[in-house]
Design a protein around this ligand. Structure first.
Ligand code: ASP
Length: 306
């Protein structure tokens, strides 16, 4: 049985001196837990979709990352989250955005994919749908951490909309998997960018931008959502593979390293034979992977090969 699972915890201009070993160990612990959870599902012969959902949920719950509890704040000082999940085998997709009262938006994205005739439902009506399908609503304030509040106050002072450009703050989360039957899936979840306009929707829930899967590849992106959407990163990689016959790694590197602006994005990707790629044009991206034969492996900075 062969399987592959990768996760990311956001890309940005990470600085080595702002990531002491103790802090790095805590990030690796979060990533390691997500990999472990997903791995158990894949090792039992489970579906790639269930593995990426479980890994994403774990990362949403870990307050270090910019998803679920610990999400960044928008201009109004509230958390508004986007999430999506994609099933490569059936080309089904579920997405949601402008979510303010759920602990795990990825669970709602999955419910939309499985139980709605629609693919993308946003805002309060999406939260009503969540309740109808068994999810509980929580207070927005319970998603906010002190660290994110300080980060937001700083961004307000600077009149800036910010990606997590420091090792002290971790980013958006995502997972991609290829299961033992060669089925591919991707999941991404985020609070977006600090001090973003209320109502802003990023790349994460847009199929073919920040989240994508088909029969050949599964992709989860992180970085400046507007740039990822400009370049339709997921769909572009899918077409380079399908129409130009490019291998996964070449297609990912072409888009991230040659076509996109420097310092704008990173991604994790897997193909149907379990081949994978971590591509980034930022200084770092929290990332890790596990396979049926290997223990979890992690990396943070761009020059670390995994
Ligand atoms: N891509 C996310 C967004 O723009 C942010 C991130 O990856 O950290 O919403």
């Amino acid at each position: 049985m062969k399987f592959f699972l990768a996760v990311h915890g956001g890309a940005g201009v990470l600085e080595r001196d702002k990531l002491p070993p103790a802090k790095r160990a805590r990030v690796e612990e979060g990533i390691g837990r997500a990999l472990q959870h997903g791995r158990e599902i894949l090792a039992a012969g489970g579906h790639a979709l269930d593995a990426v959902e479980a890994a994403a949920r774990e990362l949403e719950d870990y307050p270090f990352f910019n998803a679920g509890h610990g999400s960044v704040l928008n201009h109004r000082g509230t958390v508004e989250m986007d999430a999506a999940i994609a099933d490569g085998a059936t080309r089904r997709f579920g997405a949601t955005s402008l979510i303010t009262r759920l602990r795990n938006p990825i669970l709602l994205a999955r419910k939309i994919m499985d139980h709605s005739v629609h693919r993308f439902i946003a805002g309060p009506a999406a939260e009503d749908f969540a309740v109808l399908h068994g999810l509980s609503l929580i207070d927005n304030s319970s998603l906010i951490t002190e660290e994110r509040k300080q980060q937001w106050l700083q961004a307000l002072k600077e009149h800036a909309v910010k990606l997590d450009h420091s090792a002290a703050q971790k980013g958006t989360i995502g997972a991609v998997a290829c299961d033992s039957q060669g089925r591919l899936a991707a999941a991404t979840s985020t609070g977006g960018m600090t001090n973003k306009h209320a109502g802003r929707i990023g790349d994460t829930p847009i199929f073919g931008a920040g989240t994508f899967a088909n029969g050949q590849c599964a992709i989860s992106c992180t970085g400046v959502g507007e740039r990822i959407t400009d370049h339709m990163v997921g769909a572009r990689i899918g077409s380079l593979m399908e129409l130009r016959g490019m291998p996964l790694v070449t297609a990912c590197r072409t888009v991230i390293e040659q076509e996109m602006p420097h310092d704008s994005a990173g991604l994790i990707a897997v193909d149907a034979s379990g081949g994978h790629c971590f591509a980034l044009n930022t200084r770092g991206m929290y990332r890790g992977f596990v396979t049926d034969r290997t223990a979890p492996t992690f990396a943070v900075f761009a020059d670390e090969e995994i």
